[in-house]
Ligand binder design. Structure first.
Ligand code: PLP
Length: 381
């Protein structure tokens, strides 16, 4: 794990702030910036640069795949989670009479493709109770007509962490639906590799790259387990995704490559792929397990402190239902946010709630400072 010296070396920007907003934007280590320059250098090679671009693309997919327990060919990297979910919706080929289940802890990216007026499916809402999604409440929403259940691994809203294997068992026992898991708020922060078993039963895995992964914007990781390849073959136009796109029959028909490859429709976003690869290498170097152990203790420290301050917690209090995010409501949230920000403490303020996000580069001192200044803010607002 990071010590004081490696933290200062890898995250110099953190020397002047208490940064607890990784659920919005991660702070990339310097290797990520260097990789952006490497892209530029390779781009100077013109067409010859494409060989290097392709190597980086494959390396990024290999590392991303290892991080979510899949193989390189099971992973594509498109440009954002929203793009991935729109393509996934297209792959489903929804018809009137189909149902989709989404949760009230989902981020809009995994919900809104199905709320568009032209979407023929009916959307059913799995509501959380006390900040927790209870599998019992899901059963009644499932039927032979359910095509998809959309689930955040860790909720952007309150940090609730879902037990994917348990929920997958319920989904698959009670419906023919596929389970899509948005891991954006967990990937890079908690182990999701094969050994962890954390994603067993997920039929589609999607993640943005600019948060806990410590990468740049412009990445949407898509994981398709081999058994689901045919179900997740997107009938989208493009060329990178098309079998024999320049062949003799190119004006007769278009056939998508199967599975993950069908989510990569045009020229890959190489300016993002170089730093994504560097961010993944960095995380493997530090170790996501080590990050989780370190940051998990800080989450417990923060949770205990928030309990002592009597805030209106939106997050569950069971550590098994948490990853790196804690959230609470306050009528004066905006003023509290201003108070904290003025003192160099960065948390998220949105929709009446404050959200604290704790990654491996955070320290016990960060949490102490937050709690101390929060106590001061609560006294004055
Ligand atoms: C769970 C989750 N998914 C996705 C996103 C972002 O989606 P996109 O990559 O389309 O911007 C966010 C936050 O921005 C998020 O919290």
């Amino acid at each position: 794990m990071l010590d004081a010296a490696t933290r200062a070396r890898d995250f110099p920007a953190l020397s002047t702030r208490v940064y607890l907003n990784t659920a919005a934007e991660g702070i990339p280590p310097p290797g990520v910036g260097a990789a952006l320059s490497n892209y530029f250098a390779d781009k100077q090679l013109g067409m010859d640069g494409r060989l290097r671009h392709a190597e980086v693309h494959t390396a990024a997919r290999r590392l991303a795949a290892a991080m979510i327990g899949l193989e390189t060919d099971d992973v594509a990297i498109c440009s954002c989670s929203s793009e991935a979910f729109n393509l996934a919706a297209m792959a489903l080929g929804l018809e009137p009479g189909d149902d989709i289940v989404v949760t009230d802890l989902d981020f809009p990216a995994s919900v809104t493709p199905f709320l568009q007026a032209r979407c023929p499916a009916e959307v059913k809402l799995w509501r959380s109770r006390g900040g927790i999604l209870h599998a019992d409440d899901l059963v009644g929403l499932l039927s032979p007509r359910t095509r998809l259940v959309s689930l955040p691994l860790v909720s952007f809203y309150n940090g609730f962490r879902a037990d994917v294997p348990a929920i997958a068992t319920v989904v698959h026992r009670h419906s023919p639906a596929l389970l899509a898991v948005d891991v954006t708020q967990g990937l890079g922060r908690i182990p999701l590799d094969r050994e962890s078993g954390a994603l067993v039963g997920a039929d589609l895995v999607v993640s943005s790259t600019h948060k806990w992964l410590l990468g740049p914007h412009g990445g949407g990781i898509v994981g398709v387990p081999p058994a689901r390849r045919s179900e997740w073959t997107v009938p989208a136009g493009g060329w990178f995704n098309i079998r024999d796109a320049f062949g003799a029959g190119r004006f007769d028909a278009a056939e998508s490559l199967p599975g993950a490859a069908s989510f990569s429709v045009g020229m890959p976003n190489y300016p993002a792929l170089y730093p994504i690869r560097a961010a993944l290498e960095y995380l493997f170097h530090v170790g996501v397990g080590a990050i989780d152990r370190h940051a998990g203790a800080l989450v417990a420290q923060c949770l205990a402190g928030l309990g002592g301050l009597g805030v209106d917690l939106l997050s569950p209090t069971d550590p098994g239902h948490l990853a790196g995010i804690l959230a609470f409501r306050h009528p004066q949230a905006e003023a509290i946010h201003r108070h904290l920000h003025a003192r160099g403490i960065h948390v998220m303020h949105h929709a009446g709630r404050l959200r604290v996000a704790i990654h491996g580069y955070n320290t016990g001192a960060d949490v102490e400072t937050l709690l101390r200044e929060l106590a001061g803010a609560l006294d004055t607002v």
